[in-house]
Design a protein around this ligand. Structure first.
Ligand code: ADP
Length: 388
């Protein structure tokens, strides 16, 4: 089945035409800086050809979609549209065909993901107007984590906060962790694999997965919790924002913005780009601290999740940093020897874009590098929902 996968962010639209029979993508495109005064970029690409980039000005998401379809007319061959929706709350534990009722139920979830869900819903509405006859499916980033036991997803705070406000851990990056778990299971040919999946991009999260079931994950009620990220602090004593808010006289929205946009690697190193940080490791104390703190936090989670899983069979790295930075992988794995983790230096050092095992051949724990492919998961989910 040809599925058009749409991922609408607050200021960008990403589109990919996927053939679920082969798993290959046939065309993909992106328009950014939507609604911003500065012109943005339209980038379109077909396999084996260089990406074609042009300057564009998209006033809204509808214009952005039209700009993409102008360049990628083959998108009209799609038999269905699959949407990435960040938050499915407690209600959506799997993908779902979008009906007027589903749309109504998704609306209030925007409260839990104010930056992400509203643009996702805008994308659904535009696609419905554009392709009124095509079935549309929503795949959720939270759904993979719906198997967390209550002692992993609940916070130790008053029950009424959970009951009335939905205060609990939901977890994110689920489409990515799910793809990693499926690939690792298939590749290693083990059904009950004890896997720690590490999605290290601008956003970062870890997941403890047994077989295909997620037991714990590092992001919480929002994507702020857990690992250190490009601009997010990750784990933090909950008293810190309260103290800072009182002492600096800030509004809660300002503290929220600082913890999400001005913290993480950016705060420590002055850049959120891991490539720059690596280049400055020997010359900048901030870069060195950012690098060490980032890797230390990941290592701590791997240790914790190995005990959640009762042992470790495989560690998997995905997303921009996880796939491309042999230095980060090396630093994280250093110190995990007691768990059976040992890298093959030559294999880890190779810079290749494909899926591979970079563990030492004699090590008991496999270390996999798995290029992220959330779009393929969304396309396959779309096909499966429509077939059911
Ligand atoms: P997003 O979460 O926005 O999808 P990506 O998965 O593209 O982000 O990851 C972006 C991160 O990947 C950035 O920190 C970038 O520096 C890092 N990255 C990309 N290529 C490399 C590389 N060769 N070495 C180290 N880090 C890299």
């Amino acid at each position: 089945m040809l599925v058009l996968v749409l991922n609408c962010g607050s200021s960008s639209v990403k589109m990919r035409l996927v053939d679920t029979a082969t798993g290959a993508w046939l065309a993909r495109g992106l328009v950014d800086r939507i609604g911003e005064p500065e012109p943005g970029t339209r980038s379109v690409e077909r396999p084996g050809q260089p990406a074609r980039k042009t300057g564009v000005q998209a006033a809204d998401h509808s214009v952005a979609l039209r700009l993409l379809l102008e360049e990628l007319p083959e998108a009209s061959r799609a038999a269905a549209v699959g949407h990435r929706v960040v938050h499915g709350g407690e209600r959506y534990t799997g993908s779902v065909r979008i009906t007027p009722e589903v749309l109504r139920e998704l609306e209030p979830l925007s409260r839990l993901a104010p930056l992400h869900n509203p643009p996702n819903l805008v994308g659904i509405r535009i696609a419905q107007q554009h392709w009124p006859d095509l079935p549309q499916v929503a795949a959720f980033d939270t759904a993979f984590h719906s198997t967390l036991p209550d002692y992993a997803y609940r916070y130790a705070v008053p029950e009424a906060w959970y009951r009335d406000l939905g205060v609990r851990r939901y977890g994110f990056h689920g489409l990515s962790h799910r793809y990693v778990a499926e690939r690792a299971t298939a590749r290693l040919g083990r059904d009950n694999l004890r896997l720690v999946s590490l999605h290290l991009g601008n956003g970062c999260s870890a997941a403890a997965v047994r077989g295909r079931t997620c037991l714990d994950t590092s992001m919480g009620m929002t994507p702020l919790e857990g690992l250190v990220m490009g601009t997010r602090s990750g784990d933090l004593d909950a008293s810190v924002p309260l103290l800072v808010q009182a002492e600096l006289g800030l509004l809660s929205a300002e503290v929220d913005r600082i913890l999400n946009r001005d913290s993480g690697l950016e705060a420590l190193a002055g850049t959120l780009d891991m490539r720059d940080i690596q280049a400055e490791l020997s010359t900048s104390a901030g870069a060195k601290l950012a690098f060490e703190l980032f890797c230390y936090r990941v290592r701590k989670y791997v240790g914790a999740y190995a005990s959640v899983l009762g042992g470790l069979d495989a560690l998997a790295f995905t997303a921009g940093i996880g796939e491309n930075s042999s230095v980060v992988r090396d630093e994280i794995c250093r110190g995990l020897e007691s768990l059976g983790v040992r890298l093959d230096e030559a294999a880890n050092g190779e810079n290749r874009g494909d899926e591979r095992d970079v563990a030492h051949p004699s090590a008991p724990v496999r270390v996999l590098v798995i290029p992220a492919d959330e779009e393929l998961v969304i396309a396959r989910e779309t096909e499966a929902v429509l077939a059911a």
